[in-house]
Design a protein around this ligand. Sequence first.
Ligand code: NAD
Ligand code: ZN
Length: 344
Amino acid sequence: MRALQYLEIGQPPRVVEIDTPEPGPGQIRLKVTAAGVCHSDEFVMSLPEEAYTFGIPLTLGHEGAGTVDAVGEGVENLDLGTSVAVYGPWGCGRCHACARGAENSCPYAVELGIAPPGLGAPGAMAEYLIVDDVRHLVPLGDLDPVRNVSLTDAGLTPYHAIRTSMPKLVAGSTAVVIGTGGLGHVAIQMLRALTGAQVIALDVNEEKLALAKEVGAHEAILSDEAAAEAVRGLTGGLGATAVFDFVGAPPTVAIAAASVAIEGDVQLVGIGGGTAAVGFGVTPYDASFRAPYWGTRSELIEVFDMARRDQVHVEIETYSLDEAPKAYERLHAGQVRGRAVVLP
Ligand code: NAD
Ligand code: ZN
């Protein structure tokens, strides 16, 4: 089969021919229908050799959807041809966190050598994908896999972050979304559907700001040195009830910290190397800072339910597997509108 692999540190990924994998006991083979292109892949491929831990070669793609193509020994009650999405943050399946469906918080996955597809295990940017367990499949039913595959990360991750701030996002509150790319443009829609917050979007790119408005942001402003002051201006001087930073770089973390209100939340979702200094007199009284990771299995089901009710959609650009390297180039250049989706 053909797959998009990261083969050499610092070099672009390439389409290569590899053996089609067979599902082992308990495993499922999917014929991949769609795979999303995430900025985290770009992060992974930017790491120097000494910091790179994902294995080489690495088949990319941690947002995956497919149809059940073959099942391994012991897998029952799963019809061939069923359209499914893949829950990506695989855990051990036995511990307290996994029992709650919070496999993204499994403390044992790393030591057991369990890694998400595309982030250690072979990913979805291939004709076929092996999924380690049926519990990592979410039936899509009538949902279009191409339009919805990215909800497995670009939907689930913002949802997981927003959920913990929801009790604070009452009528009259304000949410700031920094970075209105793949995750951010979905976050805006979720905030509009689930909360009473005024939503202020920040980006460095005018087209992304236009997209932010289109998907429901009340305000869309440039992410620069004046941004925190602008947020204060739009909140009667109080600051934002919650700030969701989908960039996480030093300048955006600084904006997040300077924008948050007393008792507010800062959620650092982006992995852009920024860190916040938190302390008495440095940050507003009772403000909380959090760096969330992906989301839970039940949250993924809830995200797909939002899509079924037209509360959230993903703006997509589609690419063939051969064109996938170009999708990563466009992502790198900040040119992707919404999410790039590869159709292997
Ligand atoms: P993306 O490339 O689709 O979007 C990033 C957006 O940020 C773009 O619109 C870009 O114009 C904008 N941007 C860049 N610099 C900015 C700045 N200084 N101020 C404001 N906006 C700026 O990326 P994505 O796929 O949505 O991912 C967003 C981030 O979230 C990445 O860092 C990714 O690695 C991370 N991520 C984290 C998790 C997690 O579990 N914590 C999960 C998925 C992705
Ligand atoms: Zn991702």
